[in-house]
Design a protein around this ligand. Structure first.
Ligand code: ZN
Length: 229
């Protein structure tokens, strides 16, 4: 068994996937649409642990996994999908215990430390050792392009400090999501060398969907699953 993952850009995109509802190819791998698991992504820190019965959640008439922004599985050939357009996707993989997770870490998810919550659940339910987990932080909006209101900024910074972290305060009212995620992963025990970054800003780079730049309803898809190969 091995782990397959994909951090998305323009294609394949979420809107086409939802309209076609067909198996699709990503990086040479065919993904059976009925093996996807899609959560409703409500900007929570809730992480759902999948059962076999969750396959196809968010496809056809089957509801998305409710009130979840993170998904974890150890079930082979189940593909966790997180959709993003400025929010930052995170993929976690433990190739020793064979457990994977996909997270939607936008401003609220990051403020609430969904990354730390997912790692806690991986330890609790699957006995994962954080030292064995590799994290991939995908493309998201950068600090320079993420200016928010004073109220939102202060709330975010305060929350990070309460977590014992050191959020970026170098620009007024600009939130550095990636930096906070990195600190959260390190705090949860992920080693420095096991954190990989896609250092792309979705606002700056037209290869990505960006809600702030274009007001799009489309999303890049980010996937992870355990495959029998
Ligand atoms: Zn940027």
């Amino acid at each position: 068994m091995k782990i397959f993952f994909h951090l998305g850009s323009h294609e394949p995109d979420y809107r086409s996937l939802m309209s076609q509802q067909q198996d699709f190819v990503v990086d040479g791998k065919t993904i059976p649409v009925q093996r996807l698991v899609i959560a409703d992504q409500t900007h929570s820190k809730q992480v759902h642990i999948c059962s076999e019965a969750d396959c196809g959640a968010g496809i056809g008439n089957k509801p998305q996994i409710p009130v979840a922004d993170g998904i974890i599985t150890n079930i082979p050939n189940q593909f966790l999908l997180i959709r993003t357009a400025d929010c930052t996707p995170i993929i976690l993989m433990d190739s020793k215990q064979m457990v994977v997770s996909a997270l939607h870490s936008g401003r609220e998810g990051t403020r609430k430390n969904i990354a730390g919550e997912a790692i806690r659940q991986m330890k609790l339910h699957f006995g994962c050792n954080p030292a064995d987990i590799t994290a991939y932080i995908g493309a998201g909006i950068c600090q320079q392009h993420y200016e928010v209101s004073r109220e939102i900024y202060d709330h975010f910074i305060e929350s990070q400090k309460e977590l014992g972290l050191h959020p970026a305060v170098n620009l007024p009212r600009h939130i550095d999501i990636r930096k906070s995620i990195f600190q959260q992963l390190r705090q949860a025990g992920i080693t420095f060398k096991n954190i990989e970054n896609v250092l792309e800003c979705t606002f700056e780079n037209a290869a990505y969907y960006s809600f702030r730049r274009e007001g799009t309803k489309n999303r890049q898809i980010n996937l992870v699953g355990i495959i029998n190969e």
